[in-house]
Design a protein around this ligand. Structure first.
Ligand code: ATP
Length: 370
């Protein structure tokens, strides 16, 4: 068949219903995904959820059992990796130990037999972009972990891939360096207008870097969206717990109004806005609610405003965390975790044994799907 014409339109990456099994293990269980050009896209999930396998399938290093991959509108499902406009950066930087930084970065362009003066230009340019031009003549073992990571990034960038796939590229670094390189990664991506797909199991990293996050669990994507949306509006129990450790409350729907739901729990009644498109929100249904610890407001009983959604409770534990204090509060059968910043509007600090009113703001209650 005639080759499909090169298309320059369409999203950078599209996956359609990808399935990949290894023996009895289903690593990917029907994953569909669309990454726009110039987007910083994170695949976030616990170990073994299929992130690396998905990245390898996009790169062409792994074949799906079912499903299709498209890059810039072109079907590449059967295309070998070297013919795809993507480059991958691995956690183990896999630098050539006997080559200098310069030669490591020049390796790709030399393989493509570019003229030496053109290669020199490209290498100099990319080393400057990741700010390691003064390390050009060192060998990998003479570099820190962060510097090696930049070399690995430079080696991928020099090939000018349309899409850069990053598999936990910061995984081996200590926290401080990691945070610093996160900011640099983001800057490089913005400056060059590249499409990045970044794999991580670090939720803070995903929140800080991404335009959008896909949260993966057991070979499936549970939720995709901008960081703030995925964080504030988790749709499933897994997302609510994996991202920021929400309070989960078992509840039953008592009444469904035009705009409000009235909900009964073992610790008291709650009201919340009726979620859009929540067709399953029918009276009598049991549901799980999620509320973030930092959204719960605490008051002394005599100073509590006459809100609905106020539960009386007793402080069981206080944990000082520097910028915040965490309280564990017993409200009947439910223990709530609440985080308070010292400059918050609520009262405090509270001590173990204090009686408090926990206000669960209706707008921050999330009805989970499962
Ligand atoms: P991690 O964060 O630990 O790297 P991950 O989310 O990237 O995990 P994958 O490496 O994609 O997960 O693995 C998904 C599942 O598929 C795991 O259960 C893994 O053991 C299995 N798996 C991956 N590659 C292979 C392989 N080549 N042979 C057999 N099983 C595999």
């Amino acid at each position: 068949p005639a080759p499909e014409p090169e298309s320059t339109s369409g999203p950078a990456v599209e996956c359609f219903h990808i399935v990949r099994r290894f023996g009895g293990v289903t690593a990917l269980d029907g994953v569909s995904l669309r990454v726009e050009r110039g987007e910083f896209f994170c695949l976030l999930g616990p170990s073994g959820c299929g992130k690396t396998t998905l990245l390898r399938i996009v790169a062409g290093l792994e074949k799906p059992d079912q499903g299709r991959v498209r890059l810039a509108g072109r079907d590449v499902t059967g295309t070998p990796p070297q013919q795809r406009p993507v480059n991958m950066v691995f956690q183990s930087y896999a630098l050539f130990p006997h080559l200098s930084v310069w030669d490591n970065v020049a390796f790709g362009p030399r393989m493509r037999r570019l003229p030496e003066n053109r290669i020199a230009e490209k290498v100099a340019d990319v080393l400057a972009r990741v700010r390691i031009e003064d390390l050009a003549h060192r060998r990998p073992h003479q570099l820190s972990g962060g510097q090696q990571q930049r070399v690995a990034l430079a080696r991928a960038l020099v090939n000018e891939p349309e899409v850069l796939l990053l598999d936990e590229p910061l995984g081996a670094l200590d926290l401080q360096l990691r945070r610093q390189l996160q900011a640099e990664l983001r800057q490089v991506q913005r400056r060059l207008g590249l499409t990045f797909i970044h794999v991580t199991h670090d939720q803070e990293e995903a929140l800080a870097l991404s335009d959008r996050i896909a949260v993966m669990n057991r070979g499936r994507i549970e939720q995709v969206g901008p960081p703030r949306e995925v964080y504030e509006r988790p749709r499933t129990r897994f997302v609510a717990e994996f991202l920021g450790n929400c309070n989960l409350i078992q509840a039953g729907i008592v009444a469904v109004g035009d705009h409000q739901l009235r909900i009964q729990t073992a610790s008291g009644f709650l009201c919340m806005p009726r979620p859009h498109g929540a067709s399953g929100a029918a009276p009598g249904r049991t549901v799980t609610l999620a509320v973030r610890p930092e959204r719960i407001q605490l008051f002394r009983p005599d100073q509590a405003p006459a809100h609905t959604n106020g539960w009386l409770g007793q402080v069981e534990e206080t944990i000082f965390r520097g910028s915040t204090t965490e309280y564990r509060i017993r409200c009947g059968p439910q223990q709530l975790r609440a985080l308070q910043a010292p400059n918050g509007t609520a009262h405090g600090p509270f001590a173990v044994g204090d009686t408090v009113v926990c206000h669960l703001p209706p707008e921050f209650l999330n009805l989970l799907e499962d």
